[in-house]
Design a protein around this ligand. Structure first.
Ligand code: PLP
Length: 365
């Protein structure tokens, strides 16, 4: 199965496709990690062999994303959604407001969790159809932080650049579906978090990059595992971390580095996204969901102008060994998730199928 031609084109939004090269290395490490005679699932997290894996993951992330020394890189066993609650618990103090920009389902969930903790100010919303990234007219009087979702996996919209926040206000980002898919300036953020299963590895693991002085101001009265400081102080090893997930992440980030890093990922992803959006735009039977200026690089959302167009495309896709193209249940339509590891050949093929369906439904004489 290490032959790429035997694999299905997997357009799943997450868990999503991983580089075949990485999967092959995982296969080997399951039986024997670095000639220790012990597999990655079997090594103690306190072993020297796993220590090397953790160090590799952190240093690859620091190199690829140019993470400055004053930031911690943390690995948490728990998904992106866990941070919806952890962020306000750690950083929202009485007398301050948590500022959010509502750009879709995931930011909506983050807002709902913050409301359980304290005062929330929704500075702008893209509701009800979530086709755009809203302008933010103003933030609240005493912002504890500003939280936004850089890429809206379900609606297929993405921020072109970070929102401007007042000096001294930490910017916190859920980057679950576009972290390391394009260039990144870590210094603009107080904290970035991402679930691993879109671009970085398996589900059930999240990556946090956070400025140390922000972590130092966090609430100290929290349960141990809900405090980011625990993970910073004990180097993500207070409890047993997701050792396998961290191994996969190390492999994925080193793979990104071999491809040329984030700038190369961005070029590659922009190329793939352009191929698909162009085929949608030239068709008479498909329409993109997101407004042009808000289009996502990693999640291309679109729909047929008739149910027949969608059915035909899905039939052809399935015959071409493609999967995962149905849109999210909240939005319907179609969605092609084309993260870093998704090969350009599969995108070219899908763009051809869109052209074919379009031609069949209204042949040009
Ligand atoms: C997938 C996703 C989540 C949720 O991830 P879980 O691992 O299910 O918690 C949160 N935010 C964004 C932007 C996502 O794409």
């Amino acid at each position: 199965m290490s032959d790429a031609s035997l694999r299905t084109w997997n357009f799943s939004s997450g868990p999503a496709c991983l580089p075949l090269e990485v999967l092959t290395r995982c296969q080997g490490a399951l039986i024997d990690l670095d000639q220790t005679g012990i597999g990655i699932l079997e090594h103690s997290h306190r072993s020297a062999a796993f220590g090397k894996v953790l160090a590799r993951a952190e240093s690859a992330i620091r190199r690829v994303a140019v993470v400055p020394d004053e930031y911690d890189v943390l690995f948490l066993s728990g998904s992106a959604s866990m941070h919806f609650h952890m962020v306000p618990m750690n950083f929202l103090r009485p007398g301050t407001q948590a500022n959010y920009v509502d750009t879709g389902v995931w930011s909506g969930r983050a807002i709902a969790e913050a409301r359980r903790v304290g005062e929330v100010f929704v500075a702008a919303t893209a509701a009800p159809d979530f086709r755009s990234i809203p302008n933010v007219p103003a933030w609240s009087p005493v912002p504890a932080y500003v939280h936004y979702t850089s890429n809206n996996t379900i609606y297929g919209t993405e921020w072109a650049s970070e929102p401007n926040v007042p000096a001294g206000v930490p910017l916190i980002c859920d980057a679950s579906s576009d972290l390391f898919a394009r260039r990144l300036d870590v210094t603009k953020y107080g904290m970035i978090y991402a679930g691993a299963q879109k671009n970085l590895g398996p589900s059930g693991l999240s990556l946090v990059i956070a400025r140390r002085d922000l972590l130092a101001q966090a609430n100290t009265e929290l349960a141990t595992l809900l405090a980011y400081q625990t993970f910073a102080r004990d180097k993500s090893m207070y409890n047993t971390p997701n050792t396998f997930g961290i191994f996969v992440m190390a492999e994925v980030v080193e793979w990104i580095e071999r491809q040329g890093g984030l700038a190369a990922m961005e070029t590659h992803n922009r190329h793939k996204a352009t191929l698909l959006y162009d085929s949608i735009d030239r068709s008479r039977h498909f329409r993109g969901h997101a407004n042009r200026e808000a289009r996502s690089l990693t999640n291309v959302t679109f729909r047929g102008t008739s149910p027949e167009a969608e059915t035909r495309l899905l039939q052809k896709a399935s015959a071409a060994r493609m999967s995962g193209l149905e849109g999210h249940r909240y939005v319907g339509g179609l969605r092609a998730s084309i993260y870093n590891a998704f090969p350009v050949d599969g995108v070219v093929r899908l763009a051809q199928l869109i052209d074919e369906v379009d031609h069949e439904l209204s042949p040009v004489s």
